[in-house]
Write a protein that binds this ligand. Structure first.
Ligand code: HEM
Ligand SMILES: [Cu+2]
Length: 632
């Protein structure tokens, strides 16, 4: 392996800061913002409908647009296309084998992108978590205390939007990018530059969303409903612009992963040998590629309603707010499976390793994932049950929604069949995987109440819904994320994570997650409404209990962060190549994984879950017998 650092001439430390990297990107992004805002201001002069309000949406949106161009330019995204247009060879060194700098710039190594995602998304997820702590502080008392109602609403919207934006790429970002190419025996993704772009759009979106605080906040929650979304203060521009960037990132991620999995599998990797995590990624990618463009379109129209005087969602001028709701949820429902399906993939990937048994019902699991993918495009109007639209269509959407529990049930059958009579090792990844099933079961069962029209009419808009989706997203996705972290981080970093801290993290998170969110089902039945900071005084004891639990839940994240810092910075104990004795192909390569992943493209001999199967050959042949450079 070459180390570029040694070949480069020595230079003063500050010199490393100049060039195409995050520092430059921040500077050009800020500069672009001011330039764009100024141009937007000039454009708006003389437009009565803009001057009639106290805000200039054109200026703000142009600021974001130019800021984004500056950000991407500063990272070096235009170097390659410009060089090529001018007929020069590409000038930027995109794939380095060493050095910290590659984590702070455009890098086309899928493993670097995975780690960028892990930390990048993690930081914004943490900010979203801090917002939750602030909300729970306000909810300690039934009356308005720290924040006036409008600010609480804004805080709540910021929390919800940030969480949804960041968790959309919570598993596919770090682990999809890092492991899918390795698990299918490839050296890279199909479109490495697009892969880098999908990551660098995410921190831009996070920063832009945060800037909403400076422009009057977000009054709509994470759903951005019209007409409030078109009437709200300029903070809505931040919401719209940042969510559009996430939409673009999701679309491109989906297309890239689909192309990679469909065309770059190693010889012998048939569809029935594909790791179940890759099936989860594949079905999620279908959802991303088909649903996220609809979000972009819906938000683009909202943006134009705000800044260009169109009336797509304005009922008084021939538009309809229902159009927004339909488009939003046509994306929004598949979105909840964009969150959940990679989680299914992770837990089913982990279960066989820690039970030392083949995955029970592999084909059923694949059918379950594809079934969920297919059905999730046919249920979106269950979010509009009480909106007043199409009462006659309610039974149809009730039926399709309840049908989804069948393919979802397959995943539970797989889990139970795999656990049955297994020799279970309760290592930390396994604990998180088991907790996933416990939490997701409660989330799923409570979902039946919401898919059923009569009970949805009474629970809609209450804390019951709050409890339901936190059980599925946090109890499901976030627990699956941590299962993946403890399972795969030793391969990604080459270092061992401290087991005792990991166990403390798990038990605190599991116990206090349930103590935080289970009582909220009761709060919902007792009529506590969502999205407001005040509630009936009789509910204070319940809420104080929930807040106290939430603070412990929040601090369990600090234990995880402490573990990361302790294990990766101070202890630095090298991890074994295959600490869980897994058959997965990703565990058969050295740690840390070499830049090219494999010396030769491997040949796959058997499925990855044949634990305890007599005479099962090793998963893959990696040595010189493997096909020389096939597909590279
Ligand atoms: C410590 C963990 C968490 C706590 C204590 C917490 C608490 C809350 C609270 C108090 C609300 C507002 C309720 C209301 O007034 O209506 C809320 C809303 C929300 N949360 Fe969380 N949350 C946590 C984690 C998460 C996670 C991990 C996600 C997603 C990955 C998430 C997604 C959301 C969403 C989407 C909303 C709804 C926003 C809306 O109504 O538009 N939360 N959360
Ligand atoms: Cu839905």
């Amino acid at each position: 392996m070459t180390t570029y650092a040694a070949e480069r001439p020595l230079q003063p430390a500050w010199r490393g800061l100049i060039g195409f990297n995050m520092m430059t990107a921040l500077a050009l992004g800020a500069g672009g913002w001011f330039l764009g805002a100024w141009i937007g201001g000039q454009m708006a002069v003389g437009k009565d409908y803009l001057l009639a309000t106290d805000q200039n949406d054109v200026g703000i949106l142009m600021g974001y647009l130019f800021g984004l161009i500056g950000w991407l330019g500063g990272l070096g995204f235009f170097n390659y296309p410009v060089s090529r247009l001018l007929g020069r060879p590409a000038s930027v060194r995109e794939k380095e084998s060493g050095g910290w700098g590659r984590y702070f710039t455009l890098c086309t190594d899928h493993k670097v992108v995975g780690i960028q995602y892990f930390f990048g998304v993690g930081i914004f997820f943490f900010i979203g978590g801090l917002n939750a702590m602030l909300m729970r502080t306000e909810l300690l008392r039934p009356v308005e205390r720290a924040w006036p109602a409008g600010q609480y609403l804004s805080l709540m919207s910021l929390h919800g939007t940030m969480m949804i934006m960041m968790t959309s790429a919570f598993i596919l970002g770090p682990f999809g990018n890092y492991f899918v190419p390795i698990m299918i025996g490839a050296r890279r993704m199909a479109f490495p530059r697009i892969e880098a772009l999908t990551f660098w759009l995410v921190p831009a979106a996070g920063l832009i969303l945060l800037s909403a605080i400076a422009f009057g906040g977000i009054p709509t929650g994470w759903t951005g409903y019209a007409p409030l979304g078109t009437e709200g203060r300029s903070g809505m521009d931040a919401y719209i612009f940042s969510f559009m960037l996430i939409g673009i990132s999701l679309t491109l991620t989906g297309i890239n992963l689909l192309a990679t999995i469909l065309t770059m599998r190693a010889p012998g990797l048939t569809w029935s040998r594909l790791p179940i995590f890759v099936w989860g990624v594949l079905s999620t990618s279908i959802l991303m590629a088909l649903a996220a463009p609809v979000l972009i379109a819906a938000l683009l129209m909202e943006l134009m309603d705000r800044a260009a005087n169109t009336t797509f969602y304005l009922a008084s001028a021939g538009g309809s707010p229902y159009l927004y709701e339909n488009l939003f949820w046509f994306f929004g429902h598949p979105e909840v499976y964009i969150l959940a399906l990679p989680g299914f993939g992770i837990v089913l990937e982990i279960l066989p390793v820690f039970t030392r048994k083949p995955l029970w019902g592999y084909k059923l699991a694949v059918a379950g994932m594809l079934g969920v993918t297919f059905l999730s495009f046919m249920v979106w109007q269950h979010h509009l049950f009480v909106s007043g639209i199409n009462a006659g269509l309610r039974p149809f959407y009730m039926l399709t929604t309840e049908l989804i529990s069948i393919p979802t049930g397959f995943i539970f059958l797989n889990a139970m069949g795999t656990l049955w009579r297994g020799r279970i090792r309760f290592s930390v990844p396994m604990l998180f995987a088991l907790a996933f099933f416990f939490n997701f079961l409660i989330g799923g069962l409570s979902g039946i109440f919401l898919s059923d029209v009569p009970s949805d009419v009474t629970t809609h808009g209450s804390y019951f819904v709050m409890a339901h989706f936190h059980y599925t997203i946090m109890g499901g996705l976030v627990f699956a994320f941590f299962a993946a972290v403890y399972y795969w981080l030793p391969k990604m970093t080459g270092l061992v994570l401290n087991e005792r801290l990991a166990k403390i993290h798990f038990w605190l998170m599991f116990v206090f997650f349930n103590l935080t969110f289970f009582p909220l089902f009761a709060a919902g039945f007792l009529d506590m409404p969502r999205r407001v900071s005040t509630y009936a005084p009789s509910l204070q004891t319940l809420n104080d209990f929930v807040s106290a639990s939430a603070f412990v839940l929040g601090s369990s994240m600090l234990i995880f962060i402490a573990n990361l810092i302790y294990s990766l910075v101070f202890a630095r104990i090298p991890a074994e190549e295959n600490p869980w004795a897994s058959r997965g192909l990703e565990w058969q390569v050295p740690s840390p994984v070499p830049v090219e992943n494999f010396e030769r493209i491997p040949v796959i001999n058997s499925g990855p879950y044949e634990y305890g199967v007599e005479g099962a050959p090793p998963t893959a042949t990696l040595g010189p017998a493997a096909v020389a450079a096939a597909g590279s």
